[in-house]
Design a binder for this molecule. Structure first.
Ligand code: PGA
Length: 254
């Protein structure tokens, strides 16, 4: 099955609004027109509306980095699905920084996915094991366990994207080995097929994330089981980001 390659940039807590607009314009300037890949930028919340204008005539889509599952109310500091929906196609949920720094559980992430899907947003669900879990030989069990919990009560997976991001590879410069990543991806695809049927397992897009650079991106993107990448640091550098988009187009022969 042909899946559209996806390169997503998670800007995390970087860029003021003017900086975000400049970075988005630099990315647009470096991109090839319609190369068959899908590009998503996930800036801080305050830049979603201004970037929606900057990217209006472009194929680049926007994603949020998080959201809360309640529709509205007394939840100081939170943002709901309906607030981001006018600007976003995607929303990153369950990023390891949300899990580790802000204590998000699989149950909370599950509630957020349900709310995102109901609002018509495509979740980019992040999963990944810690170094201790990997060393203990529990990487596959950890990520498939996260998957089952995060997708509980969710009846259809259409549009779902899963990003495998080992915690020890995020922002460390230590990227995971391609064979290790492929093993996890195969387990994730099989788990989705087990939950939702073979078609869903074939359809779900799987991204690798964790210290991906323009130098190492092709080794992941050339693997048939890997559909793209979720980039942190590399997405803040327009040259690297657009190089990786071109590498994705080349690796997937489109
Ligand atoms: P990194 O971050 O590319 O800087 O390692 C990836 C991520 O957190 O999504």
């Amino acid at each position: 099955m042909k899946r559209t390659p996806l390169i997503a940039g998670n800007w995390k807590m970087n860029t003021t609004v003017p900086e975000a607009c400049s970075l988005a314009k630099a990315i647009l300037a470096g991109m090839e027109p319609a190369d068959g890949t899908e590009t998503v930028i996930c800036p801080p919340f305050v830049s979603l509306a201004p970037l929606h204008e900057v990217l209006a005539e472009s194929p680049v889509k926007l994603g949020a980095q998080n959201m809360y599952f309640k529709p509205k109310g007394a939840f100081t500091g939170e943002v709901s699905a309906s607030m981001i929906k006018p600007f976003c196609s995607y929303v990153i949920l369950g990023h390891s920084e949300r899990r580790q720094v802000f204590g998000e559980s699989n149950e909370l992430i599950n509630a957020k996915i349900i709310a995102a899907v109901e609002a018509g947003l495509k979740p980019i669900l992040c999963l990944g094991e810690s170094l201790e879990q990997r060393k203990a030989g529990k990487a596959v069990d950890t990520v498939t366990g996260q998957l089952l919990s995060c997708l509980a009560e969710i009846r259809q997976t259409s549009g779902l994207v899963i990003a495998y991001e080992p915690v020890w590879a995020i922002g460390t410069g230590v990227n995971a080995g391609v064979d290790e990543v492929c093993q996890i991806m195969q387990a994730l695809r099989a788990a989705v097929a087990g939950m939702y049927g073979t078609g869903a397992g074939e359809e779900v897009r799987l991204l690798y994330g964790g210290s991906v650079t323009a130098e190492n991106a092709a080794s992941y993107l050339s693997q048939p089981v890997i559909d793209g990448a979720l980039l942190g640091g590399a997405s803040l550098d327009p040259d690297q980001f657009t190089t990786i988009i071109k590498l994705a187009a080349a690796a997937k022969n489109i």
